[in-house]
Design a protein around this ligand. Structure first.
Ligand SMILES: CCCCCCCCCCCCC[C@@H](O)CC(=O)SCCNC(=O)CCNC(=O)[C@H](O)C(C)(C)COP(=O)(O)OP(=O)(O)OC[C@H]1O[C@@H](n2cnc3c(N)ncnc32)[C@H](O)[C@@H]1OP(=O)(O)O
Length: 331
């Protein structure tokens, strides 16, 4: 018996691929993603053996869910990573037997409009907040010179508190599946900044007039001037190449500098915590009086550099993915 290729229709969601194979009363043989799926059934050319094979654009999970009905075979395959694909197959030219399944078709742009509205407003508010901080700090630097270093906290803290409290949504959004960010990188980012802002600067008055506050706030706000507008454009389904490049490149110098500035702040606060005994942990009398919070902060310094390593790798991957998929689109 001749082996024929059936008509296959496809559609996708963020996490899944749907294939509809036009074969009635089919008996489906063994199939694995990326390999041939064979079956016997009644197709365009009558009762026959049918087979097709697809090399997917990105990795998929090994398990395949298929259901054969009187009219067709429905196949569901899970993507390894939940994200929208530009096309189904690795090769750019679409196989002749493959076509979009318009009954199931959804564009990425069909994502819930109200979700896009919420993300747009969130990004806009953050952009305005961080721009306010950045512009104010820059103007004060020009007018007051180095003197502006010493009262950065008193002039900027309220806005920074607001922006960083809002940033907790960046941890919640991936948890709810609203954005394609990993939960752990976002958690490292937001928790790391909030420790510095609320614990080191917020509770230790002696830290508030140190120049290190200027450097920490300046480094934090610089990247956000590009990151949030990039997200705003993404919500509108568009991008500016230069902005994309800046969003995915500026972190390379800024992230290590930011972590170094944060580490300096932690180190400067250690003797203050030793002296004031603020947040010290009471110990049983045999072990001494109390454990200074500075020990916890020394441990935190190590965690910080692990966090830097983790997020640096994450951002590097995001950068590679972004520029790789853009190159593909250009061809
Ligand atoms: C008490 C215990 C505490 C333990 C904590 C451990 C502490 C560790 C310390 C860590 C050190 C932190 C140092 C840090 O504070 C220093 C600095 O920040 S210095 C300044 C430089 N910083 C940066 O450059 C980092 C900026 N931040 C980020 O980039 C993100 O926060 C991060 C999570 C790190 C990475 O972002 P993400 O994973 O989201 O990557 P993408 O931007 O590529 O987004 C992925 C896709 O999701 C879409 N997306 C994401 N967010 C939004 C949004 N708000 N609105 C709309 N769309 C969004 C985005 O468009 C991408 O979609 P697509 O792939 O389709 O393009």
């Amino acid at each position: 018996m001749q082996i024929l290729t059936p008509h296959v229709y496809w559609a996708q969601r963020h996490g899944e691929i749907y294939l509809r194979v036009e074969l009635s009363d089919a008996k489906v043989g063994r199939s694995r993603p990326g390999h041939s799926a064979g079956s016997q059934g009644h197709g365009a050319k009558g009762d026959n053996e049918y087979e097709f094979s697809l090399s997917f654009l990105e990795p998929v999970r090994p398990e395949i869910d298929h259901k054969s009905t009187q009219r067709q075979v429905d196949i569901k395959i899970k993507k390894q990573e939940e994200r929208w694909w530009d096309r189904l197959t690795l090769q750019e030219k679409k196989p002749v037997f493959l076509a979009p399944d318009f009954d199931r078709w959804l564009d990425e742009s069909d994502k819930n409009e109200s979700l896009k509205g919420y993300l747009f407003v969130y990004n806009l508010v953050q952009f305005l907040g961080f721009s306010w901080i950045f512009v104010n700090m820059t103007v004060r630097l020009f007018i007051l010179g180095q003197d502006s270093f010493y009262d950065t906290f008193h002039t900027m803290a309220d806005m920074m508190y607001f922006c960083q409290m809002m940033a907790v949504l960046e941890v919640i959004n991936p948890l709810l599946g609203l954005v394609k960010t990993g939960f752990i990188p976002a958690m490292i980012q937001v928790a790391g900044r909030n420790v510095i802002l609320f614990v080191i600067f917020g509770t230790v008055e002696e830290m508030q007039n140190k120049p290190v506050v200027f450097f920490v706030f300046y480094l934090w706000s610089t990247i956000e001037l590009f990151r949030y507008p990039f997200y705003m454009l993404a919500c509108m389904g568009t991008e500016w190449k230069l902005l994309t490049w800046l969003r995915y490149s500026l972190w390379i110098p800024l992230y290590p500098l930011g972590v170094i500035a944060e580490a300096v702040a932690v180190i400067q606060s250690l003797p203050i915590f030793d002296e004031t005994r603020l947040f010290s942990i009471p110990l049983p009398s045999v072990l001494g009086h109390s454990l200074s919070f500075s020990y916890i902060l020394q441990l935190y310094l190590v965690i910080m550099f692990l966090g830097l390593f983790f997020n640096f790798q994450h951002l590097y991957k995001q950068r590679k993915r972004r520029f790789r998929s853009r190159k593909r689109k250009v061809h």
